[in-house]
Design a protein around this ligand. Structure first.
Ligand code: SF4
Length: 324
């Protein structure tokens, strides 16, 4: 079994990329006693080699319960940080350290500290898509799967700040009837969908159901037959009687949808420009080669100041308890 005393190999040992990356990664998995956790927005090859694929909530639960010595997180920085917060003694690897998140970046800790100080009687509920520093300033963490459920558990007379995603915040307000103070952050991917092009697509495919992630803007959500987290969209597509879906979230999820419902058709919702900007550029920084190299080199590793980690752990644990 792998212990924390393993030292990184030198560069001569790291240069070659084997022809059969799948076999090489499998072998490293055994050697390191590693688990590979992959988000649904990762490229298909990474999803196919992962031990677990999921959305933020499912992957946090897997990270909290794993017996592996090494967690390889095929996702973005805040997700790997969450795994580290939950597993301080494990080696947590992220294939590309630059895999960040526009939504997490839209909530800088200094500015958020001032915002919080301006609302001293409010509790802070933060979407898991934020940095460890923001988590450390929060009372409860939520995901898009459990945000509505968690807000419903807060006493009516308790004012709430919701951060960092304004679209998810607005959606939760609609669903719960609660007024909340929203931090005005957003995801560059989910704000890229064009309402006009989506309606045109629906006219071409009148039988299609539109399914959307709550990080999308209100004009897109208004047309959706179903709104839910990435996992919820996957379940819905599998169980619905419809056979055609227009999918308004990062199109990486379509790989799993297609695998689980091979006879159904999934059409990515179109972005405003003729670009691939509905694909998350941060998620797509990870590749199978980088994943292999991260395991081979035991780097890049996620590290956190212990004070931040301990402060960020409390609201995550609260979420896991409240959403159990
Ligand atoms: S899809 Fe949006 S919220 Fe998700 S990692 Fe990419 S930028 Fe961040």
């Amino acid at each position: 079994m792998f212990t924390a005393t393993l030292s990184p190999p030198n560069s001569a040992q790291t240069s070659a990329i084997p022809d059969d990356l799948f076999a090489a990664i499998e072998s490293l998995k055994q050697e390191l006693n590693a688990v590979i956790l992959a988000h649904y927005y990762q490229e298909p090859d990474i999803q196919d080699i992962a031990d677990y694929i999921g959305d933020s909530l499912e992957l946090s639960r897997k990270a909290a319960n794993t017996n592996a010595d090494v967690i390889v997180f095929a996702g973005v920085h805040f997700m790997a940080e969450t795994a580290k917060i939950l597993n301080p003694n494990k080696l947590v690897l992220l294939p590309d350290l630059d895999a960040g998140c526009s939504l997490a970046d839209s909530c800088p800790p200094d500015a958020f500290g001032e915002f919080k100080a301006a609302h001293p009687d409010h509790i802070v509920i933060s979407y898991i898509n934020c940095s460890a520093a923001i988590k450390a300033m929060s009372d409860i963490i939520c995901t898009s799967s459990n945000a509505v459920k968690l807000v419903r558990q807060i006493p009516e007379n308790q004012p709430i700040i919701f951060a960092p995603d304004r679209n998810l915040g607005r959606y939760v307000m609609e669903q719960t009837g609660r007024d909340m103070v929203l931090w005005q952050g957003s995801c560059m991917v989910h704000e890229t969908f064009s309402e006009k092009k989506m309606v045109q697509l629906k006219i071409q495919h009148p039988e299609a159901e539109i399914i959307a992630h709550p990080e999308c803007e209100p004009p897109v959500l208004r047309h959706a037959n179903y709104v839910g987290s990435t996992s919820a969209l996957l379940n819905y597509a599998q169980n619905s009687d419809s056979s055609v879906f227009i999918v308004a979230t990062e199109p990486g999820i379509i790989h799993q949808m297609q695998k689980q419902a091979q006879d159904k058709q999934f059409i990515p919702a179109p972005p405003m420009n003729s670009c691939a900007c509905n694909e998350c550029p941060h998620m797509r920084l990870n590749t199978l080669e980088k994943l292999y190299l991260a395991m081979k080199n035991r780097a890049p590793e996620i590290t956190l100041p212990e004070e931040t980690r301990v402060a960020a752990l409390r609201p995550i644990q609260r979420m896991l308890e409240m959403s159990a």
